[in-house]
Write a protein that binds this ligand. Structure first.
Ligand SMILES: NC(=O)c1ccc[n+]([C@@H]2O[C@H](COP(=O)([O-])OP(=O)(O)OC[C@H]3O[C@@H](n4cnc5c(N)ncnc54)[C@H](OP(=O)(O)O)[C@@H]3O)[C@@H](O)[C@H]2O)c1
Length: 276
């Protein structure tokens, strides 16, 4: 894969925070070869998570402001409540050469722009856990000073982490409802499939592998055919067959309404967090 460049200069990627998401996103960039390790600088207060990046050949530091001096594209990957203090810390070192990309859930572009100097190019992204295996579903939005060049650069970079699409910022919380939190619904469904198989006499280890491959295959068919899930589901239903009997049970249990309620609950919760 070709290396990516920052608008106007050679790309040097920094990351403030070195936890799960930092590792997922930067790990994808490293694996894809889009950014060499020597062009990456990562900071965190302790050495615990920095070890991984050091082992990859990245520069590591305990000084957040050093990340700004070493990089032109900087990911913010601390927990959301830490971001305001980080921005106060780095604000004086942010220049028009920097592109800032926040992955913090629930921190709006408006809040980020208020906490940084005027005119800074800021983007906000929303990752999900499978980014750690380069199978993420990532969306991002641009702040008022980030243009198509910054969007193209970020899209190119994040394609190393899975699918990546630019969306209106109002979709960010819905992304949390369907995907950020949605990964957990998928695990719960997988767990229920396994429990059902165990109840019917299949050992859990093989049931777990079959359940996972079933989810993977089903998901790939949605992406590869472009068909609506309703069409694919209907294709599996032989009249009077096993599947329609099972689907009747799922409908009686309210699966569809329950999942819709779950997406709504997580989206609303994300919106509440956004307002804090
Ligand atoms: N995990 C997800 O599925 C997910 C999904 C969507 C969005 N996100 C967003 O991704 C961001 C990171 O989440 P995560 O799950 O990766 O968190 P995490 O694993 O807890 O990692 C947080 C990192 O921030 C570092 N840190 C703490 N205080 C800091 C400071 N003052 N300056 C610099 N670094 C500091 C921690 O340092 P130490 O290494 O020393 O502990 C750690 O490396 C969050 O804002 C979250 O909202 C996560």
């Amino acid at each position: 894969m070709a290396a990516v460049s920052a608008p106007g200069s050679t790309l040097r990627v920094g990351c403030i925070g070195a936890g799960k998401m930092a590792r997922g996103v930067l790990g994808g960039l490293l694996l894809s070869g889009k950014v060499p390790a020597q062009q990456m600088t990562v900071s965190a207060p302790s050495g615990t998570n920095l070890q991984y990046f050091r082992a990859q050949g990245c520069h590591t530091t305990h000084s957040n402001i050093s990340v700004l001096y070493e990089s032109n594209v900087i990911f913010l990957a601390t927990k959301p409540h830490v971001i305001p203090q980080v921005l106060v810390e780095i604000s004086s070192a942010v220049t028009s050469d920097h592109v800032i990309v926040s992955m913090a859930a629930g921190l709006s572009l408006q809040t980020l722009e208020e906490l940084l100097p005027d005119g800074v190019r800021i983007l906000r992204m929303c990752p999900n856990l499978p980014c750690v295996i380069q199978q993420g579903a990532v969306v991002f939005s641009r702040g008022s000073c980030a243009g198509p060049e910054e969007a193209d650069m970020l899209k190119d970079l994040l394609s190393a982490c899975g699918m990546c699409e630019e969306v209106p910022e109002s979709y960010m919380d819905i992304h949390t409802g369907i995907s950020g939190s949605g990964v957990a619904y998928v695990y719960l469904f997988a767990e229920a499939l396994v429990d059902g198989a165990v109840k019917m006499g299949m050992p859990s280890a093989i049931a777990s592998r079959i359940a996972a491959q079933t989810l993977l295959g089903g998901a790939k068919m949605i992406l590869e055919t472009g068909d609506h899930p309703a069409k694919l589901r209907s294709d599996v239903c032989t009249p009077g067959g096993t599947t329609i009997h099972a689907l009747h049970e799922l409908e009686k249990g309210g699966l569809r309404a329950t999942v819709m309620n779950a997406v709504e609950a997580a989206t609303k919760r994300a919106r509440e967090l956004d307002k804090r």
